[in-house]
Design a protein around this ligand. Structure first.
Ligand code: XMP
Length: 513
């Protein structure tokens, strides 16, 4: 197992992800919690020091506990991690005029197992740099193994002690062979086998859940989405019927969503599940609400009320389970008052744990979406469920611009299902990150048979994306669009015109509201 000491870099979790991809188990812990007792208790076989937004020159800038360098295990410092290693072991760091951000080329100047498979001395390698400071003089025992134009100490090594430092970021995809470098560190230098799998993650996560929860009761809101489903199944596997799930049907779900969720969880998995049919409440309160933010707030507030009511009726709980993923978590290391963790909570359950005095169980906090899908498969969730596109908490409420009604939600559900069906038939579902229909508050004139129609316009949206932060519209061919439009207009009463959204994000967002 590898310990990643976090100094607060935005990309620290990518280190963990790269290690997991190469079959190495690791945990990320903030530097100020990784003291000697912790590190010795953890028993790492290798340690990685992350980057940081800080400068080693600043007063009280973060340091690695001396134990890091005294355990006799290999250490890799990345960017700030390299600098603090130098500052702590007897070298020095300087603020540099030549700040380096973005692509850079390094040249390998000495043989090292860290660069195994790269091409040897003289080889040039593309890397991604992001630093203001740089190492000015090396600590005793170190020598340079790669240089770049602006960073004479782009990579350094003390092969005897197995201490390494790199000024660039091997964990980001912009360093094309960064994963190989990390693998060299963990496999070749630290001698790890790389036999860790999702199955092992599952076992470890279950043990952690049992540890945290004890004999307490846990409640989990199922949304129909992948994340909450995977979290719920994992927790149930760990603690059985100490878990109760609540599925709040807002009336703004996709076609047959409630049946599918209830069928899978209650009937197939035998997980205690409360199916709260609250369509009338949600649609009633949304009546006449047209402002997007007002809609989101209304849905969020009702969700909390309803969830609380059903959770209490089910006997209450000590813990609230959430399918929070790493991209939802902004972990910030606070420099004045100890470690602090800020969660960008899903709008759906914001404030709920405090209000109901529950602690959080978040077994997926360290994972990325594709890893959650892999875990879902490991847990025996059906493939079709695990591969589902993301669906926003406020549901169809934010896909019906203007006033929401049951009639409109029914039209949208049918049209959306046809659209998704065509996407599946075309074999494109897994290529597209998210696809859905939007029912516009615009009616246009059409002609069907010999009659005049005056019905809604439906917009289709499909995007490719890695994390939902940026996105591009999906370039369907015209046959696909024509076929889908015809089916929707023929099969769904209330729609007589279909348009396709070709906006990327930015400047658009994925959802229309
Ligand atoms: P936007 O529209 O901001 O969406 O580009 C990015 C991703 O987030 C989803 N989304 C939400 N998910 N609660 C959620 O759980 C919400 O309130 C919410 N709003 C947007 C959206 O579907 C897309 O995947």
């Amino acid at each position: 197992r590898v310990l990643v000491v976090d100094f607060g870099s935005q990309v620290t979790q990518l280190i963990a992800r790269r290690l997991r991809e190469s079959g190495v188990y690791c945990e990320v812990h903030p530097y100020n919690r990784a003291d000697r007792a912790f590190i010795e208790g953890f028993g790492p076989q290798a340690i990685i020091l992350s980057g940081s937004p800080h400068s080693t020159h600043w007063e009280n800038s973060p340091r690695a506990d001396d134990a890091v360098f005294e355990l006799g295990v290999p250490v890799l410092g990345i960017c700030y991690g390299e600098q603090t290693m130098m500052a702590q072991l007897g070298g020095s760091v300087e603020g540099s005029e030549d700040k380096e951000f973005g692509r850079a080329d390094i040249q390998i100047v000495a043989e090292s197992p860290l660069f195994d498979g790269f091409g040897g001395v003289g080889h040039e390698e593309r890397v991604w740099m992001s630093h203001g400071d740089r190492v000015a003089s090396l600590a005793p025992g170190f020598h340079v193994i790669a240089t770049s134009h602006h960073a004479p100490f782009a990579a350094i090594a003390d092969e005897g002690r197995r201490f390494y430092g790199v000024q660039f970021h091997p964990e980001v995809v912009h360093t094309p062979r960064g994963a190989l470098l990390l693998r060299n560190f963990t496999h070749k230098i630290a001698g790890l086998k790389g036999d860790w799998t999702m199955a092992a993650f599952r076992e470890e996560a279950m043990a952690k859940i049992r540890d945290q929860v004890g004999s307490g009761r846990v409640i989990c809101g199922l949304s129909g989405g992948v994340d909450s489903a995977v979290a719920a199944k994992l927790i149930h596997d760990a603690i059985g019927d100490q878990l109760t799930c609540v599925f709040v049907d807002t009336g703004l779900m996709r076609l047959n969503e409630a049946e599918e969720v209830v069928g899978l969880f209650r009937d197939s998995f035998n997980i205690p599940l409360v199916h709260a049919d609250e369509e009338a409440l949600f649609l009633g309160e949304l009546d006449g609400v047209t402002d997007p933010e007002a809609k989101r707030k209304t849905i969020g507030r009702l969700f909390i009320d309803v969830f609380e009511k059903h959770a209490k009726a089910a006997g209450g709980a000590d813990f609230l389970a959430q399918g929070t993923l790493y991209p939802d978590v902004i972990e910030s290391v606070s420099f004045d008052g100890g470690p602090s963790v800020t969660i960008k909570s899903h709008h759906n359950v914001g404030g709920l744990p405090e209000r109901m005095n529950m602690k959080l169980v978040e077994p997926l906090r360290e994972l990325f979406k594709d890893e959650v899908r892999a875990l879902g498969r490991e847990l025996g969730l059906p493939d079709a469920f695990v591969q589902r596109h993301p669906f926003p908490g406020p549901g169809l409420g934010i896909r019906i611009p203007g006033a929401v009604s049951k009639e409109k939600a029914d039209i949208l559900r049918k049209a959306d299902a046809i659209y998704i069906d065509e996407i599946r038939k075309a074999g494109l579902y897994d290529t597209i990150w998210q696809a859905f229909a939007v029912l516009l508050p615009v009616q246009t004139v059409g002609v069907m048979g010999d009659a005049r129609t005056y019905d809604h316009v439906l917009a289709l949206r499909a995007v490719t994306s890695v994390d939902g932060m940026t996105a591009d519209y999906f370039p369907f061919d015209h046959d696909f669009l024509g076929r889908t439009a015809t089916r929707i207009i023929n099969e769904v009463r209330g729609v007589n015109r279909v348009v396709y959204d070709v906006t990327s994000k930015p400047p658009g967002t994925i959802e229309w509201e």
